[in-house]
Design a protein around this ligand. Structure first.
Ligand SMILES: Cc1cc2nc3c(=O)[nH]c(=O)nc-3n(C[C@H](O)[C@H](O)[C@H](O)COP(=O)(O)OP(=O)(O)OC[C@H]3O[C@@H](n4cnc5c(N)ncnc54)[C@H](O)[C@@H]3O)c2cc1C
Length: 444
């Protein structure tokens, strides 16, 4: 019987944290400080059996379930009031088979855990750009980062997974092609991944860092970025961002990550007008992965955006106007290029619905003072509305979506046919929609 918290404590090999425990406040915190929720219990699982036990306890006590990997999802789906949290932060080991070029990551591993294990062998998988982000959460939503052009989306490199479904069954996604297809972009809808297997690639170092442009040059430099990525070889991944300086003038950063031997395109980026800071140099992949470190649980965040078909001058003008409308730093607009390897993968290899887009353009409002909540949320919503005319098909990036996005937006992200295929799989693995604290695929 699993009726009380002490029953759960007696049954779980991992830790059980309740509201009275000193660790509770830290354990319920997520990256987005806008999210402040008090779960009934946090079950830190260390095995598939623990996860099945946690599901049993939630069922016996009629508790909602939230699943926590790295706690980064801006929607705060990793924690819910009065719920049971299946917390995977003790399942962080990453085992590398260097001969087979495969890594097996625990369901709660972060990118810092992953890169540390794989780079020890000079190997890598294209992951997220911030070390504390969860490997599982990021992969299940797609995964865009510093090596996207070279090796594709993170989920393109997912070759297997061990998944515990809400009825306690353990499924190997490698044995179920349909489940693997769904895990490549369909989010945490089908079960709790306790292990994820990734293909690895050789990587010694990169030429990377950040280029910063200000003043009148910003518009021209952004056009230049567009031209470079449009013709660039797959050795160059590139992201860009618009922000505001302390005096309120727009600034542009471009973060190339180059792994080839002829850095001509980098020179071309350097030649763009308005360059005020050049931090691009030969460096380790770790240094590149430290470029965007952001503090955990400090800032309030509200993100909204679109995958766009193209980045024409009109959209660039719109983005520069919208960054001006932000009024004060921090916060900004992120422009992630999807050129290169994502375009090589077959559409049928995974459900992820955005690989044909040219860029992912996201309004990222970030602030600290709760008095400015409405203002910043409105800015992000208005900015996404301004980008929408160029949207691939109206959907957004599930990894950046807030909890207030309607199911129609999730459907648009995948397209009708794929969404219905996901629903069929949901009926098979989670017919009661136990896993609904996510960018949800309802079973019906
Ligand atoms: C600072 C920051 C940087 C980011 N950088 C990138 C980036 O470079 N590229 C990119 O593509 N995205 C990036 N993201 C977005 C990020 O990929 C998503 O928010 C992702 O959901 C975070 O995963 P997590 O495990 O850390 O989050 P959590 O909030 O713990 O989990 C999010 C959801 O993922 C699911 N989930 C997590 N773990 C598991 C599991 N083991 N099994 C089943 N379901 C699980 C659950 O549904 C859960 O609700 C970033 C986000 C932040 C805040």
């Amino acid at each position: 019987m699993l009726d009380t918290l002490s029953d759960l404590r007696g049954s779980l090999a991992g830790e059980v944290i309740g509201p009275e425990d000193p660790a509770y406040d830290r354990a319920r915190r997520c990256f987005n400080a806008l999210v402040d929720r008090r779960p009934a219990v946090i079950a830190r699982c260390v095995s598939t059996r623990d996860v099945a036990t946690a599901f049993d306890y939630a069922r016996a006590n009629d508790l909602e379930v939230a699943v926590r990997g790295g706690g980064h999802n801006p929607a705060g789906h990793c924690v819910a009031d009065d719920a049971l949290v299946i917390d995977l932060s003790l399942l962080r080991a990453v085992a590398v088979d260097a001969d087979e070029r495969v890594a097996h990551a625990g369901g709660g591993a972060t990118w810092l855990d992953f890169d540390s294990a794989t780079q020890a062998h000079g190997l890598v998988t294209p992951g997220g750009v911030v070390g504390s982000t969860g490997v599982a959460g990021l992969t299940l939503g797609g995964g865009i980062g510093h090596l996207t052009a070279q090796h594709g989306l993170t989920c393109d490199n997912l070759v297997g997974a061990e998944v515990v479904t809400p009825d306690g069954s353990v499924v190997e996604a490698g044995d179920d092609g349909e489940l693997l297809w769904a895990l490549r972009g369909g989010g945490g809808n089908f079960g709790v991944a306790t292990r994820l297997d990734f293909r690895l690639h050789e990587l010694d170092g990169v030429i990377g860092g950040k280029l910063t442009y200000t003043g009148e040059g910003v518009r021209e430099a952004l056009r230049h970025f567009r031209e470079v990525v449009a013709r660039s070889p797959r050795e160059l991944s590139c992201q860009a961002g618009l922000s505001l300086g302390e005096t309120g003038e727009p600034a542009l950063w471009i973060a190339p990550c180059y792994t080839g031997s002829d850095a001509e395109e980098l020179e071309s980026l350097r030649a763009a007008p308005g360059l005020v800071e050049d931090g691009v140099q030969a460096q380790t992949f770790f240094a590149q992965q430290n470029l965007f470190d952001s503090p955990y649980g400090v800032d309030r965040n509200y993100w909204k955006g679109h995958f766009v078909r193209e980045l024409p001058d009109e959209l660039i003008d719109e983005l520069i106007e919208r960054i001006g409308a932000l009024g004060r730093p921090p916060g900004g607009l992120l422009i992630e290029s999807l050129h290169g390897a994502p375009k090589d993968a077959e559409d049928s290899s995974g459900v992820v619905g955005f690989r044909r887009a040219a860029f992912n353009v996201s309004a990222m409002a970030t602030w600290q003072d709760a008095r400015f909540d409405d203002e910043h949320i409105q800015w992000a919503r208005e900015t996404a509305a301004a980008i929408e005319p160029w949207s691939l098909r109206g959907g957004g990036y599930v990894n950046y979506m807030q909890a207030d996005e309607p199911v129609e937006r999730v459907r648009a992200t995948f397209g009708d046919e794929a969404f219905e295929r996901l629903q069929a799989l949901k009926r098979r693995y989670d017919p009661d929609n136990v896993l609904r604290r996510n960018q949800n695929i309802p079973p019906n």
